[in-house]
Design a binder for this molecule. Structure first.
Ligand code: ATP
Ligand code: MG
Length: 347
């Protein structure tokens, strides 16, 4: 893409207002979240998405008038971040995504430029090699060599902004944000858009980490397919607005959502059990472990109860479990955990 950035209102000010210090950055398939400020409590979110629009005077005027950020080459204007949702529905199309199943999407030619543009409007340039921790998925099916590439590309870019950039496993970031009172011992799970990530942590050390390539997108795609829907956005919006997993489904779409939600939970629990089985000797803990659930896919009513019921269903779990609970804010838990990691590296 020809690098010609048009930012009619200047680069969005959310990045430039902040004084730098430790930064937590959750680079997710659906959304990018930043946590910074004095205690990591300042969070901001942008959709990790973009929409190309053919270049025309009229389209450009409209973007300018609305103060939208966009990038331009000789063929297209690219609207990115949160504005892409409005623009996609305006054009009755799906927004494009720089990432797929937790990693930079090799089939999307603009993936790197678009992620960089979105990150650059969210984090300021570092003043003095501030530590920035960014989330990366754990190993899993189809995630190995491309994880090395994903991590290296993002790290290089964040270093070019002046940061001392370090990658943090996403499940472990959930442990950092939610299990401080348990001495960072317990199981952190992030149910995301592109995948789910798990870390089993003992005293802040990740002993078992893995990802499964299923998340909200998998649910949307499969429900759309069995319902004969060509538009996954329709399924996603229905799911986000109406799904309640604590009530029996009353229509076909809800029934299909229940089925794929359960499929996702069972896949994750089976994998967790088999990871424990093959992990051999783990450190002994004197008290039962808590399980914390984060991520957008864990948001529907009834999710927690259903997950806990499946987790405890087949008798003994390989370790004693105490409570299974939702993160205080499931959508920002990973970014806040990355901030805590960055803060501890700073001291
Ligand atoms: N209220 C809701 N009910 C159900 N699903 C939701 C809700 N809000 C968001 N989601 C879903 O959560 C997913 C996005 O979650 P999240 O932002 O945690 O993912 P991500 O971090 O971008 O992705 P990943 O961690 O997989 O790379 C999407 O599939 C979205 O549809
Ligand atoms: Mg995530």
């Amino acid at each position: 893409m020809e690098e010609k950035t048009q930012t009619p209102t200047g680069p969005k000010t959310e990045a430039t207002e902040v004084k730098t210090g430790p930064v937590g950055l959750d680079i997710g398939t659906s959304r990018i979240v930043v946590a910074d400020g004095p205690d990591g409590g300042r969070t901001r979110t942008q959709l990790n998405a973009f929409v190309p629009v053919p270049v025309s005077e009229m389209a450009e005027n409209m973007l300018r008038q609305r103060g939208m950020v966009y990038e331009k080459n000789c063929k297209n204007l690219y609207v990115y971040g949160n504005d892409s949702d409005f623009f996609a529905s305006f054009l009755d199309t799906d927004a494009r995504r720089p990432m797929s199943e937790g990693l930079i999407n090799p089939r999307e030619e603009h993936s790197q430029q678009m992620i960089q543009r979105i990150i650059s409007m969210m984090v300021p340039r570092a003043k003095k090699s501030d530590v920035l921790c960014f989330s990366v998925p754990g190993k899993g099916d189809g995630v190995s060599g491309n994880l090395v590439y994903h991590e290296a590309v993002l790290k290089t870019y964040l270093q070019s902004l002046g940061y001392n950039a370090k990658a943090i496993n996403e499940g472990q970031a959930v442990v950092f944000s939610e299990l401080q009172d348990e001495n960072f011992t317990g199981i952190g799970v992030s149910f995301g858009g592109g995948m789910c990530n798990v870390s089993v942590s003992f005293m802040s050390m990740p002993m078992i980490t893995f990802s499964i390539p299923r998340g909200g997108d998998y649910i949307d795609r499969n429900v759309a397919e069995v319902m004969g829907e060509s538009n996954t956005t329709k399924v996603r919006l229905f799911k986000e607005e109406k799904l309640d997993l604590s009530r029996p489904p009353k229509d076909e779409m809800t029934g299909a959502l229940h089925i794929f939600y359960e499929d996702l939970m069972r896949t994750l629990i089976d994998r967790l059990r088999s990871e424990f089985a093959k992990s051999g000797q783990l450190p002994k803990v004197d008290r039962p472990m808590a399980v914390v659930l984060a991520g957008g896919t864990a948001r529907p009513a009834g999710f927690l109860q259903k997950f806990e019921q499946l987790l405890r269903a087949e008798g003994d779990f390989p370790v004693h479990l105490s409570d299974v609970r939702l993160a205080s804010d499931p959508l920002t838990a990973t970014a806040r955990g990355c901030y805590i990691a960055a803060l501890s590296e700073t001291k």
